[in-house]
Design a protein around this ligand. Structure first.
Ligand SMILES: NC(=O)c1ccc[n+]([C@@H]2O[C@H](COP(=O)([O-])OP(=O)(O)OC[C@H]3O[C@@H](n4cnc5c(N)ncnc54)[C@H](O)[C@@H]3O)[C@@H](O)[C@H]2O)c1
Length: 309
């Protein structure tokens, strides 16, 4: 385990993330910070009181300030407002940019060596805000989206094929929005190309459902957005870093020429280890996938130009 992981935002995603981090004992101390008076303290204490039953030794601490977060190894940023029905992720742009900016300024001062995992939406732009404000190198600023989008894609495929979710290998790249790019050419079931096992119409429907996976949950919940699978995804990224697993996961990373693009965050295959982003893997894409990735990048650049830092 590492010494300290901070989760900023003690709402649905943040609190669930803190609980999962502690249950997996990924840090000696998990600190939860939120502007809401009493919420992080109350949730943190409640979670910690589950430790004797669940059997974990991580301590969870809730606070409204940044003193307790000092020297964090990893900071997961979930602060912001979530989507309401009919709202796009980009509607959240300037409200959440202001929040992520303020949080990043604090983290830069108190945890200058931390690895940041951004969750707040619109994801790719908020990752850019955090990188710009902290000035941290790209190895230490990652966005969580691809792991979640891929988990949704794998779940839907496993259901359609009636096989274990564990046996679906897949990757969803691109921006975290309707333009995300599930890589069909790299989707396999224990190594068998998925196209041998499912017809095109069914696969297209699954890709479409994946692209709208977030909205599907928002429609059910009405007052908030998904948080169980999103928190699992953020924790998987933390785990890969803490345990130096060198896992290859789709994450939003700052591109410096990879895939022929630069100066934006986009979902690409990343190797995660103790140093954060250790490598971006450039895989061969079909012409259609290359075109879709370029379109997705444009959908990220547009709000990037509009955001006020
Ligand atoms: N990247 C993804 O795949 C993904 C998935 C799910 C949710 N999200 C995003 O994560 C964010 C959080 O979602 P949620 O469901 O937990 O929302 P939520 O409303 O339950 O929680 C957000 C929390 O942030 C807090 N907050 C607001 N301003 C803050 C500040 N300046 N400092 C600290 N805390 C502050 C709020 O008080 C609230 O408790 C949203 O932007 C949502 O869109 C992203």
């Amino acid at each position: 385990m590492v010494n300290k992981i901070t989760v900023v935002g003690a709402g649905n995603v943040g609190a669930t993330t803190a609980q999962r981090l502690a249950e997996k004992e990924l840090a000696r101390t998990v600190v939860m910070v939120d502007v809401a008076d009493g919420i992080p303290q109350g949730k943190g204490l409640d979670q910690w009181e589950s430790a004797p039953i669940e059997g974990f030794d991580s301590r969870i601490v809730g606070t409204n300030g940044y003193e307790e977060t000092a020297g964090s190894d990893i900071v997961v940023i979930t602060a912001g407002i979530a989507r309401k029905p009919g709202m796009s992720r980009d509607d959240l742009l300037n409200t959440n940019a202001g929040i992520v900016k303020q949080v990043s300024e604090q983290i830069k001062k108190t945890s200058p060596n931390a690895i940041l995992i951004i969750v707040s939406n619109p994801l790719d732009v908020m990752s850019y805000v955090a990188k710009e404000v902290t000035g941290f190198p790209r190895e230490r600023v990652l966005g969580m989206a691809g792991v979640l989008d891929t988990a949704r894609y794998r779940s839907f495929l496993a259901e359609a094929l009636d096989v274990s979710v564990r046996d679906i290998q897949a990757m969803v790249l691109g921006g975290h929005g309707d333009t995300m790019v599930p890589l069909i050419s790299y989707t396999t079931v224990s190594g068998i190309p998925v196209t041998q096992l499912i017809d095109k119409a069914k696969l297209d429907a699954i890709v479409d459902r994946t692209r709208n996976g977030g909205a599907e949950i928002v429609k059910f919940l009405k007052t908030g957005s998904a948080y169980y699978a999103p928190s699992s995804a953020a924790v998987q990224m933390c785990e890969a870093i803490v345990l130096d697993q060198k896992r290859i996961l789709p994450c939003a990373a700052w591109l410096e020429g990879e895939y022929g693009m630069k100066d934006l965050f986009l979902g690409v295959p990343c190797k995660l280890g103790r140093n954060g982003l250790e490598q971006i893997l450039e895989v061969t894409l079909t012409d259609a996938e290359t075109a879709e990735l370029a379109k997705s990048a444009e959908a990220v650049r547009e709000p990037m130009r509009a955001v006020k830092l």
